[in-house]
Design a protein around this ligand. Structure first.
Ligand SMILES: O=c1ccn([C@@H]2O[C@H](COP(=O)(O)O)[C@@H](O)[C@H]2O)c(=O)[nH]1
Length: 474
C-alpha cells in the first residue's frame, strides 16, 4: 500500500518536472477557468515515463472488474491505453474524434464484438464530459462501458456526473492528493494549495450543464425534443406529424399510373408521415392530379415529397422547380437535391421565402458503386448546416450529423430483410437502418408497393419502424 503510494508521489513529481502541471490562469473545456492546468499530452515525449505509468496502471487495473477491450479517450490517454493493451494483451479500440458529422467513417476503430465490456482510460477529468462522449459512441456500436480509470480527477463533479450515467470512475490520483504530494516535495506552497482547493470547491460542473453544451446525440433524443432544434419549419411540422401518427415511414410511391398513385396514397395514408413521388414517371399525368393528391395528403395528415434530385445550375433548377407541367413548388412541401452544383441550387429553391419549403440534400446513396466519397458527404452536411432554414434533412445511409438534432436523416433502401435488386439497389432491414444506420425516417418503396396488401404492409412497416425508434431512445 505504502509502496503504491510512493509510486503515485513519484508520478506526481514526474508530471510536474516535465511541465505537465502548470499553475496560472487557464481556460479548459466548457469554458471553465482554472488556476491549475494539467496537460498530459506531453508524456508522448517521455517513453520511459509512459512505460512506468503503464506498469502502475496495470497494477491498479488488475483490482477492477474484468473487461474485454480498452479504449483511451482521445488524445492524451491514447499512448497509455496502447501501452496497457500491450502489457495486458487486451485489445484496444479507438474512438475517432475528428470523424464526427461526416463521411462513411466509423466512429470506433478496431475489432470488437457486440456486448464487449470496455475499460475507458482518461487522463484528466473535470466534469466527465469527454468520457461521456466516448461512452456514447461506444454504446452506439454495442460496446458496454461501466468503468473508467482516470489519471487525475480534478474533483469538480466528474465522479458524481459519471455515476449518474452508470459509470464508475477509478482515479489514480485526485487533485487533493496531487497538491499534497507537490507541497510535500516543496514544489508548491500552502497558499497555492489553498487557492486551488477553494477554486475546486467553487467550480463544480453538473450533468445538466454538460448535457446543454455537449453530449447532444440525435440518435438518443426523442423526436419530440428535436422539434426545438429545427430551423426549417417543414422539419418541425414533419416531426409533429410523426409524433401524432407514431410513424416514421415514408412511402416511395413509384407507380406509373395516376389511378395507382391515388389509390396507394389513400390506402397507405393512415400509416405514413411522407409520400415520396417521382412525379415524372406517371404516364397519364395531368395537372388536376395534384389537387386530388393534396386532398388525400390533408385527409391522412402526411406531407408530399417530390424526389426530384435537382442537380443543375441555380437558374435551371429555378425553372425545374417552379415551371413546366409539374410545377413542383406549388405542391411538394419537400424536394430532394444534390449538393454537387453548389449553393446556387439551394438559393434557387429558397426563392424569397422558405417557411413552407423543405429540402433533403443527398449526402450518400443506397446504390452499389456510388461515386460519392467521404469528402463529398462532409461538404454536403456543411451545406445543409449553412442553409438550415431551408434544409429539412439529409438523405444518407449512415449515422451522420449526430450532434445536429434539428436535421432529419432520411434513409432509403429499406425492406424487411437485407438484400439487393438487379440494378444496384441495396436494402437493409428496419432494425439495421433505425438502430445502426441512424435513420430517422425510412423510405420503403417496393417492400410495400409490390405486396398483395399495401395498406397492411405499410401498417406493418410503420409498427416495426416506430418500435425500432422507441428501442433506440430507450
Ligand atoms: O440513395 C437513394 C436515394 C433515393 N432512393 C429512392 O428511394 C426509393 C427506394 O425504392 P425501393 O423500391 O424501396 O427500392 C426510390 O424511389 C429511389 O428513387 C433510393 O433508393 N436511394
Amino acid at each position: 500500500m505504502a509502496e503504491f503510494e510512493n509510486k503515485l508521489r513519484k508520478f506526481a513529481e514526474n508530471l510536474f518536472s516535465i511541465g505537465a502541471i502548470k499553475f496560472g490562469d487557464y481556460t479548459i473545456k466548457l469554458g471553465v477557468k482554472t488556476p491549475i492546468y494539467i496537460d498530459l499530452r506531453v508524456i508522448v515525449s517521455y517513453p520511459k515515463l509512459i512505460d512506468s505509468l503503464a506498469d502502475l496502471l496495470v497494477e491498479y487495473i488488475k483490482k477492477l472488474p474484468k473487461f474485454d477491450i480498452i479504449c483511451g479517450v482521445p488524445y492524451a490517454a491514447l499512448p497509455l491505453a496502447g501501452a496497457i493493451s500491450v502489457k495486458l494483451n487486451i485489445p484496444m479500440v479507438m474512438r475517432r474524434k475528428e470523424a464526427k458529422g461526416y463521411g462513411l467513417k466509423k466512429m470506433i476503430e478496431g475489432v470488437f464484438n457486440q456486448g464487449d465490456r470496455c475499460l475507458i482510460l482518461e487522463d484528466v477529468v473535470t466534469s466527465g464530459s469527454s468520457i461521456l462522449e466516448t461512452v456514447r459512441d461506444l454504446n452506439n456500436v454495442g460496446i458496454k462501458c461501466t468503468e473508467t480509470v482516470v489519471l487525475v480527477d480534478r474533483e469538480q463533479g466528474g465522479i458524481a456526473n459519471l455515476k449518474e450515467q452508470g459509470i464508475t470512475m477509478h482515479p489514480l490520483l485526485n487533485m487533493t492528493h496531487l497538491l499534497n504530494y507537490l507541497r510535500d516535495a516543496n514544489e508548491i506552497d500552502d497558499a497555492l494549495v489553498e487557492k486551488v482547493t477553494n477554486y475546486m470547491k467553487n467550480t463544480q460542473v453538473t450533468l445538466t450543464e454538460i448535457k446543454k453544451q455537449c453530449l447532444i446525440d440525435r440518435l438518443r433524443m426523442p423526436y419530440s425534443e428535436r422539434i426545438d432544434y429545427c430551423k426549417n419549419k417543414v422539419s418541425a411540422k414533419l416531426f409533429k406529424i410523426m409524433l401524432e401518427k407514431k410513424s416514421n415511414l415514408c412511402i416511395a410511391a413509384d407507380v406509373t399510373a395516376v389511378s395507382e398513385l391515388l389509390d396507394l396514397a389513400d390506402q397507405v395514408g393512415p400509416h405514413i408521415c411522407l409520400l415520396k413521388t417521382h412525379i415524372d414517371i406517371l404516364e397519364d399525368f395531368t395537372p388536376d392530379v395534384i389537387q386530388t393528391l393534396k386532398d388525400i395528403a390533408e385527409k391522412h395528415n402526411f406531407l408530399l415529397f417530390e424526389d426530384r434530385k435537382f442537380a443543375d445550375i441555380g437558374k435551371t433548377v429555378q425553372l425545374q422547380y417552379n415551371k413546366g407541367v409539374y410545377r413542383i413548388s406549388s405542391w411538394a412541401e419537400i424536394v430532394t437535391a444534390h449538393s454537387v452544383t453548389g449553393n446556387g441550387l439551394l438559393d434557387a429553391i429558397k426563392g424569397s421565402d422558405n417557411d413552407t419549403k423543405g429540402v433533403f440534400l443527398l449526402a450518400e446513396t443506397s446504390s452499389a458503386g456510388s461515386l460519392i466519397n467521404g469528402a463529398y458527404t462532409q461538404s454536403t452536411i456543411k451545406m445543409a448546416l449553412q442553409y438550415n432554414e431551408l434544409v429539412t434533412g439529409i438523405v444518407c445511409q449512415n449515422p451522420l450529423f449526430t450532434e445536429h438534432p434539428g436535421l432529419i436523416q432520411l434513409t432509403p433502401g429499406v425492406q424487411l430483410q437485407a438484400g439487393k435488386d438487379n440494378l444496384g439497389q441495396q436494402y437493409n432491414s428496419v432494425e439495421v437502418v433505425m438502430q445502426e444506420k441512424g435513420a430517422d425516417i425510412a423510405v420503403v418503396g417496393r417492400g410495400i408497393t409490390l405486396s398483395t396488401d399495401p395498406a397492411k404492409s405499410a401498417e406493418n412497416y410503420k409498427k416495426l419502424l416506430w418500435n425500432a425508434y422507441l428501442k433506440r431512445i430507450e
